[in-house]
Design a protein around this ligand. Structure first.
Ligand code: PGA
Length: 261
């Protein structure tokens, strides 16, 4: 995935049957073909749909700057006796453009630890995949004023010392209390956290310039609040869950981003 401006990624999570995938993409065709090249669009789809989405985007159509990607990859690499796992190299062989790593649902439901996430990121980079690394504090952590500390730890313990080629990393700030709740971060909350993340990235020894790492926002981003969130300083785009499941709302969000360029 090449990122040279703003990024909007739909995270389908565990949704859609194959027929829904086809319907969704058919409904998005005209909006994808009209989007300005300075917006990179990603669709983070369940593994099983990658070939179909890839075919619709790049064989049956030839969208540039629209990428199919995955929501996770295995901690193991590149192959072996790990029943049920999908390696980063397998994703690359399907032309996945990127992979999401460290989503809070994976941290919560699959007990993904920082050493595991570090491994997954290493594997993704080895396979040549762009990484969208998700970080975010819980409601409790924010109430106790520990949110900056949490974010710092999630950045430091996982990314520190890794060698990222230029353009291989995006950070998604997704406060856990905002995911799927209908409550989004305020512009002030997003601005101060995105600024903090960008400053923190400068201090990590990760070989890539922090200015080359987009920081996108996720958590109840909708057509109604996209303009406010996307025009917040430090917000380079969005990771969209629920609102990415309906073609019209996802396209409205893309249109909002285009209107702000
Ligand atoms: P949401 O999910 O937009 O439904 O809050 C965002 C995400 O989990 O990436």
């Amino acid at each position: 995935m090449q990122t040279n401006g703003k990024i909007v990624v739909g995270n389908w999570k565990m949704n859609f049957l194959l027929t829904d995938v086809k319907d969704f993409l058919q409904s998005c065709l005209s909006c994808f073909s009209r989007h300005p090249s300075r917006i990179t669009i990603g669709l983070a789809v369940p593994y099983v749909y990658l070939p179909e989405v890839e075919k619709l985007l790049h064989s049956e159509n030839s969208f540039t700057n629209v990428y199919a990607g995955a929501q996770d990859c295995s901690v193991f690499y590149p192959s072996g006796p790990y029943t049920g796992e999908v390696s980063a190299l397998m994703l690359a062989s399907l032309n996945a453009g990127f992979v999401i790593i460290g989503h809070s649902e994976r941290r919560k439901f699959f007990s993904e630890s920082h050493p595991m996430l570090k491994n997954k990121i290493t594997n993704a980079l080895q396979a040549g995949l762009h990484v969208i690394y998700c970080i975010g504090e819980t409601a409790d952590e924010r109430t106790q004023n520990l949110h900056f500390q949490t974010i710092e730890k999630q950045l430091e313990e996982v990314l520190s010392g890794m060698r990222f080629p230029s353009g291989a990393l995006t950070i998604a700030y997704e406060p856990v209390w905002a995911i799927g709740t209908g409550i989004h971060a305020s512009a002030r909350q997003a601005a101060e956290m995105h600024t903090f993340i960008k400053e923190k990235l400068k201090t990590l020894n990760i070989s890539v310039k922090s200015d080359d790492i987009p920081v996108i926002y996720g958590g109840s981003c909708t057509p109604e609040n996209a303009s406010e969130l996307f025009s917040t300083p430090g917000v380079d785009g969005g990771l969209i869950g629920g609102a990415s499941l309906k073609a019209d709302s996802f396209c409205k969000i893309l249109k909002t981003m285009a209107s702000l360029l």
